[in-house]
Design a protein around this ligand. Structure first.
Ligand SMILES: Cc1cc2nc3c(=O)[nH]c(=O)nc-3n(C[C@H](O)[C@H](O)[C@H](O)COP(=O)(O)OP(=O)(O)OC[C@H]3O[C@@H](n4cnc5c(N)ncnc54)[C@H](O)[C@@H]3O)c2cc1C
Length: 512
């Protein structure tokens, strides 16, 4: 998402006579990193994130960050609106019902306190949130163990099919700017060197790939957790962490006990024959857990057709669900409450591995426990048989997989210019270009990444025009800029990591 956003904004917002030439290098297939593997939330939990951000930056910056993240719903809806109709439908950017459900009293009480702070200090975001006490939380979330919930309006809660949004955006850009943009997939950048020693070159940098070398004036690292490969000092505060996801069918929504009561009550003569008849009837018309648009509503008397998204706060961890509006399937991720594999999930960079057995078992089993067996009912296994037969499991769970997110020790991304202090590379002509980074988006990263790409592209354009970033910093948080101070501060002690620094490692201690 980062690389695509930077290219999108550089191309679409540049003066027509000054459209830059951009080469995107992708080590694997397009959108094969975290963006193509994630849960699809565009849904910051603003109340908690605001209070946490105040711990690592000023109140003014924390407010800016909170608004910046909440604005992603609008920004991504707007971006999707510029895609051709079919691509727009595929990208599935949509407002959703939004529930943060709590299962323990004290964390819920703390969340309510945080919301009150947000409402007081950043009312334009705080007023988009509301609180449901226990009975309402249970009724609306359909999760019997809920002790309370915070709900967001559609203005601050969206969902997206990240892979489809990014690949369709790339296609649109490649079609619109054939002379200015290239995309090389399966092309790993292995090194970046200063071209200053090469007398024949007029460029600042040489980017070595496994398919040849590219000369460039600017180099932008949109390589998330893998960025320290090129800028090792960033590794003081940025690392990869392995997260796990699944795609599942919801339960059939009729509890087995009510089904048998129904059979018993209506089988006076020949129970066996009668049972068969009733089951045949049910097989045809089993209600499922509610379809998108049919959940108990909590605002405006409707449940949104874009589906429902939950963050589930359980035992200090975080699980999350997003419902697919087309088929009602659930994207379910998390599993932090369970023991980690011996090597842990930190400092992991290989997303070709499957979730550890304990995590996979948790993902497979947790949903009926959340919804309660009565709401969940019998299992469904009716994935379309002809769909990717090689990868679809025959049971309720279609697939489980992993992705690597880029953790940072203060849970804020690094977005901005990289001076020689960071890179150890001299720039032949600073006026002509330099090195830049947009990475470290943590576990709720899409609501940082898209507008960070816009911000970075504006910085690059300002640099080229010899203009200041004053107007940009009206909305872009300077707390994201890479500074030596951020690296030093974070490296000196173990930091408290916010929930967003790894869905699931909520308030854990993060050491690199
Ligand atoms: C399982 C999981 C679930 C998540 N759920 C959510 C969610 O629901 N909502 C949310 O907002 N966020 C979520 N996140 C976080 C979010 O996905 C990321 O923060 C965000 O997508 C980061 O985007 P990015 O473009 O910076 O990085 P990435 O999408 O990781 O892209 C980086 C790209 O760089 C490429 N690359 C790396 N090194 C090189 C090299 N040397 N040469 C060429 N190419 C290279 C990689 O192949 C990759 O494609 C989740 C993350 C994971 C892993």
């Amino acid at each position: 998402m980062s690389g695509t956003s930077i290219a999108w904004h550089l191309l679409m917002e540049s003066n027509a006579t000054k459209v830059p030439r951009i080469a995107i290098l992708e080590a694997r297939q397009a959108c094969s990193g975290a963006t193509g593997r994630n849960g699809g939330h565009i849904r910051p939990s603003s109340y908690e994130e605001y209070v946490d951000a105040k711990q690592v930056t000023t109140q003014d910056q924390a407010a800016k960050i909170t608004k910046f993240r909440a604005n992603h719903v609008d920004a991504l809806l707007g971006a999707a609106g510029r895609l051709p109709a079919q691509e727009r439908r595929a990208a599935s950017v949509r407002p959703v019902d939004s529930l943060d459900v709590y299962f323990e009293e004290e964390p819920f009480a703390e969340a309510v306190r945080q919301w009150e702070t947000l409402r007081k200090e950043v009312p334009e975001v705080g007023n988009e949130w509301g609180v449901l006490q226990r009975d309402e939380a249970v009724r609306i979330s359909m999760m019997p163990d809920a002790v309370g919930a915070l709900t967001g309006t559609a203005k601050v809660a969206g969902a997206i099919w990240g892979y489809r949004f990014v690949t369709n955006s790339l296609k649109m850009l490649l079609d619109a700017y054939p002379e200015s943009l290239s995309l090389d997939t399966h092309t790993t950048a292995t090194a970046v060197t200063a071209a200053s020693s090469d007398k024949n070159s007029t460029h600042n940098f040489a980017v070595t790939t496994d398919r040849g070398t590219i000369l460039a004036n600017h180099v932008v690292y949109a390589t998330n957790s893998w960025s320290p490969h090129f800028v090792p000092i960033l590794g003081n505060a940025l690392a990869g962490g392995l997260l796990s996801m699944s795609a599942q069918l919801g339960g059939a929504g009729v509890s087995v006990s009510s089904l048998s009561r129904f059979q018993a009550g209506f089988c006076p003569i020949s129970p066996k024959t009668y049972t068969l008849v009733i089951l045949a009837f049910y097989a045809d018309s089993l209600p499922q857990l509610p379809k998108p648009g049919q959940w108990p509503a909590y605002h405006n008397n409707v449940s949104l057709p874009g589906g429902r998204a939950w963050s589930l706060f359980l035992r200090g961890g975080l699980d999350y669900i997003v419902q697919n509006p087309e088929n009602g399937e659930y994207m379910f991720g998390g599993g932090a409450g369970i023991p980690e594999p011996p090597e842990g999930s930190r400092n992991q960079y290989d997303d070709s591995v499957l979730p550890a057995p304990a995590t996979a078992s948790y993902l497979n089993g947790a949903l009926p426990a959340y919804f309660g067996y009565r709401n969940w009912g019998p299992e469904r296994t009716d994935f379309p048989a002809d769909l990717h037969q090689d990868v679809i499991y025959p049971g309720r769970t279609k697939r489980v997989w992993t992705g690597v997110e880029g953790f940072t020790t203060d849970a804020l991304p690094f977005v901005g210019p990289l001076s020689k202090e960071f890179t150890n590379r001299a720039v032949r002509s600073p006026a002509a270009g330099g090195e830049w980074v947009s990475a470290g988006f943590n576990g709720e990263g899409m609501d940082y990444a898209w507008l960070s790409g816009k911000g970075l592209s504006e910085m690059i354009r300002n640099h080229m025009a010899n203009a200041t970033n004053e107007a940009l910093y009206e909305w872009f948080p300077t707390a994201f800029l890479p500074t030596q101070e951020r690296l030093r501060k974070q490296n000196s002690t173990t930091s408290v990591v916010r929930r967003s620094a790894g869905r699931g490692s909520r308030r854990g201690q993060f050491e690199l």
